[in-house]
Design a binder for this molecule. Structure first.
Ligand SMILES: C[S@@+](CC[C@H](N)C(=O)[O-])C[C@H]1O[C@@H](n2cnc3c(N)ncnc32)[C@H](O)[C@@H]1O
Length: 272
């Protein structure tokens, strides 16, 4: 399902959720995904790289380190709050250009990048076919695409989705479904080839995440995502019930004060 029609989407991401995203989500989840994506992309010194749906810039900054000062790196996101955090973070070496725009319509010249990357973003874009056509348009001939998405929903997040539906609203639980909505190899291959890319390949890999203890992780995740605003609207009793059910459900994943969970990263690669 598309988040453009669901109640909770990254378009309403505001308040200090972007700062929390960078503080909590990026070290525990964003960085392992970014590292796996960059391993797959095989960036070379001097390449021109675009990071679509860059958020606070974890992939963008790692790409800048890898291509070095002779390369060029740009990050693009639709959300102003995420970009504000991205712009404020120090980056080493290569200067990064930041663009506030929708992935469906890139304000960038044809053929201006060697590599287009995107981590944990394409599943939130309403018109994925347009976004992929735009990614292909801005790539130079033979340019490479590498996209990371996630799914299917691991049991840890299925528990959260269920509790959000029960104690907040079904439309709010839909956010979790959107996160894990784009992982089927056939769908990803069709979308990528349909946008004109060649050699589309989709591979899944298991990442083992280490997360804080249940109560802490629950509230870090809620306050790092667009869930924050929706959960702020429920009363104390509903909030306590949400916490109770999630913490109880997550107990089996917890050992020595941390949650460990396996999650599937889906890596889609292709060439112009
Ligand atoms: C889970 S965050 C991922 C951010 C970053 N890539 C990372 O790995 O940390 C999803 C990002 O997708 C962005 N996004 C959602 N829809 C978008 C669109 N149509 N165009 C550009 N960015 C979009 C959101 O604003 C958000 O920053």
């Amino acid at each position: 399902m598309s988040t453009s029609t669901s109640a909770v989407s990254f378009r309403q991401y505001g308040g200090n959720a972007a700062e929390n995203y960078d503080r909590y989500f990026v070290p525990t989840i964003g960085t392992p995904f970014a590292t796996a994506l960059l391993d797959t992309a095989g960036l070379q010194v001097g390449e021109r790289v675009l990071d679509i749906a860059c958020g606070t810039g974890v992939v963008t900054r790692l790409a800048a380190q890898q291509v070095g000062p002779t390369g060029a790196v740009a990050g693009l996101d639709v959300n102003q709050a995420m970009l504000a955090v991205a712009r404020s973070a120090p980056s080493s070496g290569t200067a990064i250009e930041w663009h506030e725009a929708n992935a469906e319509s890139l304000p960038l010249a044809d053929g201006s990048f060697d590599v287009v990357l995107s981590s944990l973003g394409l599943q939130f874009v309403a018109d994925k076919a347009s976004a992929l056509r735009e990614m292909r348009r801005v790539l130079a001939p033979e340019g490479r695409l590498a996209i990371a998405t996630v799914g299917p929903t691991p049991p840890l997040f299925a528990i959260l989705e269920e509790a959000l539906g029960r104690h907040v609203k079904p439309e709010v639980a839909a956010f979790i479904r959107a996160v894990f909505s784009l992982y089927e190899p056939q769908e990803l291959e069709k979308l990528t080839s349909g946008a004109g890319f060649r050699n589309a390949e989709v591979r899944s890999k298991t990442l083992s995440l280490t997360l804080p203890e249940p109560r802490e992780f629950l509230w870090q995740y809620v306050h790092s995502t667009p869930l924050a605003a929706a959960v702020a609207q429920i009363d104390d009793e509903a909030r306590a019930a949400l916490e109770h059910d999630v913490v109880a459900g997550w107990r089996t994943f917890t050992k020595d004060g941390t949650i460990t969970d396996d999650i599937c990263i889906v890596l889609t690669t292709a060439r112009k």
